[in-house]
Design a protein around this ligand. Structure first.
Ligand code: M6R
Length: 610
């Protein structure tokens, strides 16, 4: 996820651009850049690091003019380097592009453009767009060149484009990445989100997929890629500035819960075809090594550790690789006996968790290969690992991890399919089914988010309870742990996650009419019937049963006080769907209690001490 902002105005826009970028910094802070058009020349300043650091070095306010755009980067293609910072330009330094998204066919396009004599400067997917437009320009109008170029592009983009020889026009385009057009007085704007330009205008147009916008200081025109002009509704935004920071959500945690369909789609983008997972190059580990792995050790803390437990389940069940999941904080204090054919996998949202870094360094002492599953490009964990698979959740600001968790599960799922294929533990049709299953997840997640009535009702009824128990089995036992952790973190209510059958070995003593018991009970052939039995045991003792079950299930609703439904999916994917109602329940309960949800007491987003 990156942020883009652009302005064309009758006045100097440098301060407004700088403020716009500051508002967008939550979307990425690997590098930042700005571009102005002055006297048929592009003027660009950029650098690695956060906006204030780069601004101190390059002084963005030395750039000025009536038309400009800025970008803050969350790296996906190409490392965190100045060369890879946006804006990117064509060969003649006449076309400048800022981009948020992923160009899936960039390698083919790059090869084709190099064949035509174009010279590339960066490793990014974005740069191909500047050269492609250059290629399509040749005497054409600039908007036609942009349209023709974008017809060749596959993938997601929100784009800002400036032309040195058209110093009065700002062009924008969108496909599957957010972009709004702000309509001002004597000036017009483009931005990745509404809040970044809300102090200048409340009038917004939401671009739809495969539309381009041509803006001058006092006009705007929206076209589809065939060049037909489109009539668009102008929305008047009523949010307060504070609400706007969170795109209208009350807290970042809620915003991030709702971002999950998008985050999973981004995580899958360009990594799956109908029949296989395209992952090997990214991982930086050879096929021979991956085929020969004898054992996997997963190292992680907190929510990432819960993702690891689900990963263990997938890797053992489907890729048939013996896997252990270690608390990173404990790993250093025991003798792990790792051999050279082991792979150590560190899972971390931040990539900066001190315990996970220490465990990874410890694993490296055994000479094993290491892989990071991480959300932050260039973070410490990614730098010390042999290979990296990035989750593409975008910046997670709420302390309680939500979208990082579900994207970690998506990456573990892809890793499992890739290993299963290499090791021939799954056949082609099984792999196809698994890929078809995860393709549906973004839409299925959206439907879970759209049906939150029962969750809200449970929060209303039980927010003042002192304790609660979360129970699940098999692949969904870690979801019980995660649901309980979410509730503890943000509401400060004591909650325990347990394997459903273990309950009768102790915790069952706690059950009475005041104890909410959350069951994760999706309809599968492995654990469902047993979980039904466990629900009966709680019911017989008067506990309050809240169950997460599969749409169409007739049995669970007969026994539970409340049933929250999730769509039917593969057993290995049920966890991604089942966790979402539990995230929402924790959020709504904490909100009823008036907790400081995004910054719960005693917690930090990255725990950088051991
Ligand atoms: O950044 P990491 O994934 O390494 O962080 C690990 C834990 O500190 C983190 O998951 C923590 O448990 C969260 N607050 C859970 O919501």
């Amino acid at each position: 996820m990156c942020g883009i902002v652009g302005i064309v105005s009758a006045k100097n826009v440098s301060e407004k651009l700088l403020n716009g970028l500051a508002n967008l910094e939550y979307r990425g802070y690997d590098s930042v850049g700005m571009c102005f058009v002055n006297g048929n020349k592009l003027n660009i300043k950029k650098g690695i690091g956060k906006l204030d650091e780069v601004h101190k070095r390059v002084n963005f306010l030395k750039l000025n003019g009536n038309i400009g755009m800025g970008h803050c980067r969350w790296s996906t293609h190409g490392g965190v380097t100045e060369k890879n910072a946006h804006p990117h330009v064509d060969c003649k330094n006449k076309i400048s592009v800022v981009h948020n998204g992923i160009i899936e066919n960039y390698s083919e396009l790059k090869e084709m453009l190099i064949g035509k004599g174009h010279n590339f400067y960066s490793q990014t997917d974005t740069e191909v767009i500047a050269h492609l437009i250059e290629d399509c320009l040749k005497g054409n109008k600039i908007e036609n060149a942009v349209r023709n170029a974008l017809k060749k592009v596959e993938g997601s983009y929100a784009l800002g484009i400036l032309f040195a020889d058209s110093p009065d026009k700002l062009i924008a385009a969108r496909n599957e990445s957010p972009l709004v057009i702000g309509i001002g007085n004597g000036e017009n704007f483009i931005a990745s989100d509404v809040p970044s330009i809300l102090s200048h205008t409340k009038k917004m147009i939401y671009l739809d997929d495969r539309e381009i916008a041509v803006l001058t200081k006092d006009s705007f025109k929206i076209l589809n890629l065939d060049g037909n002009e489109k009539k668009k509704k102008i929305h008047t935004i009523k949010w307060s500035a504070e609400a706007a920071q969170k795109s209208g959500y009350k807290h970042f945690m809620l915003k991030e819960i709702y971002e999950q369909p998008r985050a999973i789609a981004d995580t899958l983008n360009g990594r799956i075809s109908n029949s296989h997972v395209i992952f090997e190059k990214e991982l930086g580990l050879s096929d021979d090594f991956l085929k020969g792995i004898k054992r996997i050790v997963i190292l992680a803390c907190g929510t990432s550790w819960h993702a690891g437990l689900i990963g263990e389940f997938m890797l053992e069940e489907l890729a048939k690789i013996p896997t252990e999941v270690e608390y990173a904080s404990e790993f250093r204090y025991r003798h792990a006996l790792l051999g050279k054919e082991a792979l150590a996998v560190a899972i971390s949202q931040s990539g900066e968790t001190a315990d996970t870094i220490a465990a990874l360094k410890e694993a490296k002492k055994y000479g094993v290969k290491t892989l990071a599953i991480c959300n932050v490009m260039g973070s410490s964990i990614t730098r010390i690992s042999d290979g990296v698979a990035y989750t593409r959740a975008g910046p997670e600001i709420g302390v309680a991890s939500t979208k990082a968790f579900t994207t970690q599960l998506a990456v573990l799922y892809l890793l499992t399919i890739m290993l299963a294929k290499l090791r021939e533990t799954l056949n082609e049709s099984q792999i196809k089914d698994m890929i078809a299953g995860i393709r549906k997840i973004p839409l299925q997640l959206q439907s879970v988010l759209d049906e939150d009535n029962e969750i809200l009702k449970c929060a209303e009824l039980y927010y003042n309870k002192q304790n609660s128990l979360y129970l699940g089995r098999g692949i969904n036992f870690p979801i019980a742990l995660e649901g309980a952790l979410k509730l503890k973190e943000v509401s400060y209510i004591h909650a325990e996650g347990y394997p459903a059958a273990e309950m009768k070995h102790g915790p069952i003593a706690l059950i009475d009419k005041n104890m909410p018991v959350l069951f994760i009970a999706p309809h599968d052939v492995f654990t469902y019937k047993k979980v039904l039995g466990n629900i009966e045991e709680v019911k017989a003792r008067g506990g309050i049963i809240i169950a997460v079950a599969t749409h169409g299930d007739k049995e669970v609703p007969k026994k539970a006080n409340h049933t929250i439904f999730i769509p039917k999916t593969l057993y290995t994917l049920s966890s991604i769907l089942a966790v979402v109602p539990l995230q929402l329940l924790a959020y709504y309960i904490a909100d009823k209690l008036g907790r400081d949800i995004d910054k719960p007491r005693n917690l930090a987003k990255s725990v950088v001490v051991e």
